[in-house]
Design a protein around this ligand. Structure first.
Ligand code: AMP
Length: 594
């Protein structure tokens, strides 16, 4: 299993593909969203999420929020003040409350990992983590390191807009499509224009502001209320300020669905309570210049990508602040189309990361464009060996073929066993089907049967076997088995193949050498019977034959392979002389016939 993680500035979320469905996992409080907040106690103890935020009222200086802003940064490139003092260690790395941004992010990731493991009742060690499209290499590497510190192998760092597009299922759009992703969260705004082709997303342009988000509106509402009540921000306690900001946020959220909400906080200062009704129009008036800023970035991104709004195939909105009707309306006006609202704005990115994880672990098979074969497909050949035609992780649709021949003289049919798996011996893999191809009886190695595997976009495997001499085809269809393989079974097969790698390889070497020996020994005998060998040659060949027989008896692969090679070399000169003699005789016959 691979976790999909949205490591956000304000909030984070984690998901996994369970029984074929991408789902996000709720924490103990029943929330699928965990605040990206970390409380670091004086004694080094840690709390993450809502528990950390609750401690902010008592210990505001020990709660780190928005640590994402510091990821992969040096003091010189910090845009402005961080909420807490930032120090620089001897190594040049930033530190907040004695910890690096990676270490703090790792605490959030550990918490998400813990939630997932608790929900699923199993350990999970791999994750896909999303980052903003504008993150540079250093910021991406820092995110990866944070994952490693949390005990996760980060199998992919995924761009947030790409994750959103995956959640909306946009990879299923026509061949080449362009999508705008408008992401307005609590503290950051990004607008990315993506182009999707053959299941691969490319970021054409990305614009935004790392200091623009819903928090600005909370502050605007708070200032407005304070103005009305005559209270000064500077004179109120930190604790009261936290409570007032929380209320401002609640009011803002409620105004997305209601026309009027009362801002109400009892006992702010000296027993004074605040009660102030706010109407949606008022909020929208306050928000207008703020929304206009996002639109400017949108126009700029379009210009950078050299596109007009009508060139886009879809517009999606993500981030909690896009719940505001005024924001949605502005987006619709800018792009000349209604945004796609089918996904939960807070969850789309984590869901996209989860889908990506599902595709990578082979547990999501329905996605056409990004689908790959979870395990290798092939047929059994001589000696019971697995002959792979389509290797594991090949993107479908695909096809591959190979020519096969008969193993014995006079053989008039060949059994084709279609196998799936990673082991060297066919018997250790899974049989998907078998059938027989008939051909005219031919001496050993003379029949020609072409076998082709074709997997269509629905994951259906079609096996075609053609007798080259007659052109007759046998076609067998294997429905979905090729691609619809249970996640756990794939993992078991792959780990078994790793576990048995040495043993399997030794068996393959032995089987191949044995087949060669079985071919060579009777041939050598025939050659010797012609009496053309010199005494020295005969002795060398006899010795080599004994060595091959010995090795065969012992069942050891590498010694047998070496002995067969030696026997081959020992008979080489003699075999060449025989061929020469045969040619001379043929020439003589032809001359005599003239
Ligand atoms: P995100 O960073 O995507 O988690 O978004 C968080 C931001 O979305 C915060 O500023 C929230 O106040 C804001 N938000 C969440 N729900 C709503 C809503 N219903 N209306 C307006 N803003 C909201």
């Amino acid at each position: 299993m691979i976790l999909g993680i949205d490591l956000g500035t304000t909030n984070s979320a984690v998901g996994v593909v369970d029984s074929g469905f991408p789902i996000l996992l709720a924490n103990e409080e029943g929330k699928r969203i965990t605040p990206s907040a970390v409380w670091i106690g004086k004694d080094g103890s840690i709390e993450v999420g809502a528990k950390a935020l609750r401690r902010r009222t008592l210990e505001p200086d020990r709660v780190v929020t928005s640590v994402k802003r510091l990821m992969g940064r040096r003091l010189g490139d910090l845009e402005d003040d961080f909420s807490l003092p930032v120090e620089v260690g001897d190594d040049g790395a930033l530190r907040v409350l004695g910890k690096t941004p990676e270490e703090i992010s790792a605490e959030i990731l550990k918490e998400l990992k813990r939630i997932a493991e608790w929900r699923l009742g199993q350990e999970i060690a791999k994750a896909v983590i999303t980052v903003p499209a504008y993150f540079n290499d250093g910021q991406r590497a820092a995110t990866k390191r944070a994952g490693e510190l949390a005990g996760l192998e980060v199998v992919r760092i995924l761009n947030e807009p790409t994750a959103a597009a995956l959640a909306y299922g946009l990879e299923k759009l026509d061949e080449r499509s362009r999508v705008a992703v408008y992401d307005l969260g609590g503290g950051t705004f990004d607008l990315s224009i993506l182009e999707m082709q053959d299941g691969v997303f490319q970021v054409l342009a990305t614009h935004g502001d790392t200091r623009l988000g819903g928090d600005d509106l909370d502050e605007m509402i708070l200032n407005r209320v304070l103005q009305q009540t005559g209270l000064e921000l500077g004179t109120i306690s930190r604790d009261a300020r936290v409570r007032l900001t929380e209320e401002a946020e609640r009011v803002k959220r409620e105004l997305s669905t209601r026309d009027e909400v009362v801002f109400r906080v009892p006992f702010v200062e000296g027993g004074q309570s605040i009660e102030a009704p706010i109407r949606r129009e008022e909020l929208e008036r306050l928000a207008a210049p703020w929304i206009a800023r996002t639109l400017r970035h949108g126009r700029q991104a379009l210009a950078d990508a050299n596109l007009k709004p009508e060139d886009l195939d879809a517009v999606v909105v993500v981030g909690g602040s896009t719940r505001m009707p005024a924001v949605r309306q502005a987006v619709a006006e800018l792009f000349g189309r209604e945004p796609d609202l089918s996904q939960h704005p807070d969850e789309a990115i984590a869901l996209g990361a989860t889908i990506q994880g599902g595709v990578m672990s082979g547990s999501l098979r329905q996605m056409v464009l990004l689908d790959v074969t979870p395990l290798s497909l092939g047929i059994e050949t001589f000696g019971g060996l697995m002959n792979v035609l389509i290797p594991r992780n090949t993107t479908i649709p695909c096809k591959a073929g190979e020519m096969f021949t008969n193993a014995a003289d006079g053989q008039a049919a060949m059994r084709v066993r279609v196998m799936q798996g990673e082991r060297e011996m066919a018997r250790d893999n899974w049989e998907l089907g078998k059938f027989e191809v008939k051909f005219d009886a031919a001496p050993k190695g003379q029949a020609r049967v072409g076998v082709q595997f074709r997997i269509d976009e629905n994951g259906i495997l079609e096996v075609l076997a053609r007798d080259v001499a007659t052109g007759l085809d046998t076609i067998v269809t294997i429905e979905s088995a090729a691609v619809n393989v249970d996640d756990a079974a794939v993992e078991a097969m792959v780990s078994e193949s790793v576990e048995h790698a040495f043993q399997d390889m030794a068996e393959r070497i032995f089987t191949e050498a044995k087949m060669k020996a079985e071919e060579l020994l009777p041939a050598v005998e025939m050659v010797l019977a012609q009496g053309l060998a010199t005494e020295a040659e005969r002795e060398e060949i006899d010795q080599a034959v004994t060595a091959v027989r010995d090795a065969l008896g012992k069942g050891a692969g590498n010694p047998l392979k070496a002995a067969v090679q030696k026997l081959d070399a020992a008979t080489e000169a003699l075999a060449a002389r025989l061929v020469e003699q045969a040619m001379d005789e043929a020439l003589e016959r032809r001359l005599a016939g003239q």
